[in-house]
Design a protein around this ligand. Sequence first.
Ligand SMILES: [Zn+2]
Length: 283
Amino acid sequence: MSSKRRLMLVFGHPDDESHLAGSTIAKYSAEGAEVVVVIATRGEAGEIAPGVDATAENLGEIREAELRASVAVAGASLELLDYRDSGMEGTPENEDPRAFVQAPEDEVVGTLVSLMRKYRPHVVVTFDENGGYGHPDHKFISKTTTGAFLASGDTGRAHTEGLPPWTPSKLYYMGFPRSRIKRFIEEYVKIKPDNDFRDIDPEKMGIPDEQFTTRLDVAEYVSVRREAASKHRTQGSPFDMFPEAMQEEVFGNDYFVLVHPSRDGERTNNLETDLFEGLDGLA
Ligand SMILES: [Zn+2]
């Protein structure tokens, strides 16, 4: 008897899920897996795209609605935590007592353990330790998701709702390959010479290509990802930045680093092609 494959993706803000993982979500959902997206904040501290009717006061509410619409397009269910967007590194929002980064680490881990015990995912995906580009919320959700992944199966960890322990089988960090970011910046500078990426050091962005263990062919799902991303109207879509002809090349594969169980010491050129690879007879 084979049971349904279950995937949980845990990120910081509305749009992280579709901008980074929209194709992966769409692929597994289309293949019949149960996919749940967990988002820590409503993205209240984000920017507002030009021409969109939103204010700093109602941005969180609007972004929650955008997130719900986007996740529905990609075919996943949603768990939205009630933390506040901590803003970019060094901004006053970091100090807001409601900010995600101000939450006690153990409290966040406990919340994520509850969700892992509720959904019983076989595979968990989050940001890498640097959160793609160093956003404080991305780094904190990576750290706490990793903590919860390790704690969820711990019988000694009491649980208020009485859900039994659940040990997910695999933990992945997801990010853009550094080579792709470099190429993106090169192309983007051609399209828009006075752009925000001029000052970015690509050596601090994304994940070095040689660290990836897993590459998913998601070319079939680029259009779903594009539609899911377009629901985040206040944020603009990464697809807007590229000529149509480049999009399949840029977005046709998603990349992951398998963190648990660790593949250290057995790096090969054979990348995994499925997040559920090696998981037979799922419970
Ligand atoms: Zn984010």
